[in-house]
Design a protein around this ligand. Structure first.
Ligand SMILES: CC(C)(COP(=O)(O)OP(=O)(O)OC[C@H]1O[C@@H](n2cnc3c(N)ncnc32)[C@H](O)[C@@H]1OP(=O)(O)O)[C@@H](O)C(=O)NCCC(=O)NCCS
Length: 185
């Protein structure tokens, strides 16, 4: 399937919490070379992924509880990728996101729409006030998406992770609730 440029799309992008029944899909996507190109994904088994998803309580997010939440990104109700939110510290309203699209759904502008939907929910309905993201300095697409959504690049994290035996520098990005209000208005 040839990706369509974003401007030609006539589709809708939505997100919904990941369910245990989605574990097989996530497991398959995590093995795709393009998904692993710029990030070291742990070799979690399908069983571990499933256990993680069983632990997820969607309501916890709105009660400032819980540590890890995941959403499926859907294009016209078709599963296209996922977003993970890890809480660093509820007391400080500090969290980090990670995200990926399955290969055939990349380069179509989907993740920008998906993150906008998630950020609106997080900043309007939860106590999260600072959201961080890290990405390899070579991952131009991810940087473009973060810029478009309103994240600010705050610094360079030298040798942040090891990927295929090589140390990889990362950029640290973050968006504060007040950045979101300004960007969104
Ligand atoms: C990174 C990722 C989430 C970007 O989402 P996306 O919906 O595919 O991004 P877009 O189609 O909006 O592309 C964003 C920009 O990057 C450009 N771009 C896309 N893929 C690119 C690539 N491989 N190399 C260089 N630029 C690229 C696009 O042309 C677009 O440019 P523009 O802002 O000038 O229009 C997606 O490609 C992905 O899931 N990649 C694999 C997993 C991953 O890297 N996750 C992020 C880890 S930090």
């Amino acid at each position: 399937m040839h990706p369509q440029p974003a401007q030609d799309r006539r589709t809708s992008v939505t997100i919904r919490p990941v369910r245990p029944a989605d574990a097989t899909l996530l497991d398959r996507w995590r093995l795709e070379p393009s998904v692993r190109e710029h990030q070291p994904l742990s070799d979690a088994s399908a069983a571990q992924l499933l256990a993680d998803l069983h632990r997820q309580r969607d309501d916890d997010l709105y009660a400032s509880e819980g540590q890890k939440f995941q959403w499926l990104v859907l294009e016209d109700l078709q599963p296209a990728g996922w977003i993970t939110l890890v809480i660093i510290n509820w007391g400080h309203g500090l969290a980090e996101i990670g995200y990926a699209l399955s290969t055939e759904f990349q380069r179509r502008g989907l993740m920008t729409d998906a993150l906008r939907a998630l950020l609106a929910d997080l900043f309007e309905r939860t106590t999260i006030r600072r959201l961080e993201a890290r990405c390899a300095v070579t991952n131009r697409a991810s940087q473009r998406v973060l810029d478009a959504v309103g994240f600010k690049r705050e610094g360079l994290l030298r040798g942040y992770f090891v990927l295929r035996g090589q140390e990889v520098d990362n950029y640290l990005y973050a968006i504060l609730r007040e950045d979101w209000s300004r960007h969104d208005s």
